[in-house]
Structures are given as C-alpha cells and as structure tokens.
Design a protein around this ligand. Sequence first.
Ligand code: SAM
Length: 343
Amino acid sequence: MTMNTSPLQFFKHIPKQHGLMDRFARKLTYLRISVTDRCNMRCDYCRPSSDAYQAESHANILSFEEIERIVLVAADLGVNKVRITGGEPLVRRDLPLLIEKLASISGITDLALSTNATLLGKYAQALADAGLNRINVSLDSLNPLRFRSLTGGELEPVLAGIQAAKDAGLTPIKLNTVLMKGINDDEVIDLIRFASDMEATIRFIELMPMKQGMDWEKHYISVDDILQREEVRACVDMSPMTTGNTAARYLPLKDGIGEVGFIMPMSDRFCEGCNRLRLTADGGLRSCLPDDSHMSLRDVIRQGGSDEDIRAVFLRSALIKPEIGTYAFDADTEKRSMIYIGG
Ligand code: SAM
C-alpha cells in the first residue's frame, strides 16, 4: 500500500536537489537517532522516577532495518552526520550490527554515539570495528558516592569505558557534564583536569527543565555564573568563545592543552545554527528538541509507505522546524524527558 492520499502528497513535488532546507535557510544535515528509551541509569535530571517511567514495548521500537531505511533516505536528502543515542544506546542488543549498517551508507561521513559508558568496556572495540567514528560520554561527577546518588550507577566502569574507547580509537572523545547547582558545580575544575589528562574535551551543559526532571529552579546555574568564578578564570582563557557548526561554544585552557566547551540551551540559545532533526526510538521525527510536534515514520513504514513517503515526512519536518526552540518550562505541555526523546 502506498500513501497516495496522505497530506504528505504536496512534499513529493519538491525536487530532490532541494535537500533539507528549513524556512530560515538552515540546512539540516544532522540526524540524532534514539535506538531505545531504556537506560541502565536513572539520572535525576533526565529520567522520571521509576513509578512514572513507562518504557515503550519492544514492538513499538524501530527495528535496525527500519532505521537503516530511514537513514538511507535521509542521506539521499543531504544528511551526513548521524548520532546514535537513547536512553542508553548500548543496552540495545547487537548495537554494533546497526553501526555496521549505517557506516556503510554512502554520504554518512560522521557516525557518533552518545553513551553513559557503563558498557563501553565491553563494546568499544566492536563498535570501532563496525565503523563508529567517535563517542560522547555523560560524566556528571568524579566522586563515586555522588555519582551513584545522582545516576544510580557506578563510576568505575564508566571510567574504564572511557579508557576502552580511547584504546579503540573512538576519538576525539567528548565528555558531557550537566551543571547542577549544589550538586556538582564544585567539580568544574576537577572535571576539566580529568578531561585534559584523558586527552578528551569536556563540555558543560546548562540544566534544561524537562517534564518530571529534577527541580530546575533549585539546581539551574548558568555558564556565565560558572565563568565568573575565580578558580575557573585561573584555568580558562576568557577570550571570545569560538563556535563551529555545533551547539557548543569553546574557550581555550590556559595551559595550552585543549579547550573546554559550553552548551547553553537556557542562557544563550544556539538555534540560528541548528542543523538537527531527531528520530525517537518509537519512530517519531522531531525537528526541535523542546517542540513536541512530530510525525511517525514508524507508522509510515509499517503502513507500507514508500521511500518517497519517508522523504516527504523529512521535508515536512524541515518545513515546520521552529525558528527558535523554547525551553521555558511549562508543566502543562506534553514535553517529554530526554530519556523518551533521545538526548
Ligand atoms: N545515555 C546516553 C548518555 O548518557 O549520554 C545518551 C542519552 S542522554 C539523555 C544524552 C544527554 O542528555 C546527556 O549528555 C545528558 O546529560 C543530557 N540531558 C538529559 N537530561 C537533561 C537535562 N534536563 N538538561 C540538560 N541535559 C540533559
């Protein structure tokens, strides 16, 4: 069955060379794919409490073949960068098989993974062998007790996982730390030093208010507040921040060995350079993290849709991408936690 009667018909007339351009002349070349909404951690800022957390049934989650088909169409539309995320992507069985499929798609030149690294010790080499280019690791504390209290997991396998990724050549490694006032904001310097020792780049992310996440009012701290601190100024060169085609802005370290990144979704939105689309584990295509509008590619595929139908969903998504994402917390909206959307 094809989807000739669908309202997506209009998009099928857009010529192929158009690529994925939104209404604000942003070219969308980056697809973040959540492969599962399950996680082996329960970070306080990300996952709702266990009683409120309801994982999707396996039947509702996209298969590797469905993801591969979607990425083939996306690559044809000019997507060249793919990041696999979750939930925790490494709890999805046989993930290296998916990596192998995606790495062989012509046009995908950057294939990355976001992980909490607990299982990287086991999978780093297999992922590298399958064609993964690099990883980002969440690391919110270097204090084992604090780490356990914040994430429900153990620090030691995470550190071993980072080392395994380094050994397997999954570099450059980026470490991501969510800044939380009164929880880990006293570890900024330790984390910068750790990253520097690991030849990794650390990025500090401002806490976003997510549905059922932690008390944002209480724990939010801006990057600007962090940069006012004397000990931070002693180690970070405060020259104007550099930015590439990413959400992060960077400052060099004073000792000349590397840089530190800042992702400021709350205090300095980076929407003007946004080139992203997101595919949720259950197949929803979203054009903006805090915007709940999405269309189900899983339904399109499982109702017998053609590649043209998939392409039409991408084009529609680009068209409805908002100019600016609104992160302001509104408890009445349907905004979902990162574990559901895919971080
Ligand atoms: N499990 C993987 C990991 O740990 O990187 C991938 C998923 S995780 C949801 C992806 C990213 O989302 C992490 O870097 C995490 O720190 C970030 N994140 C989740 N909730 C957040 C929030 N409320 N504010 C800021 N960042 C958040």
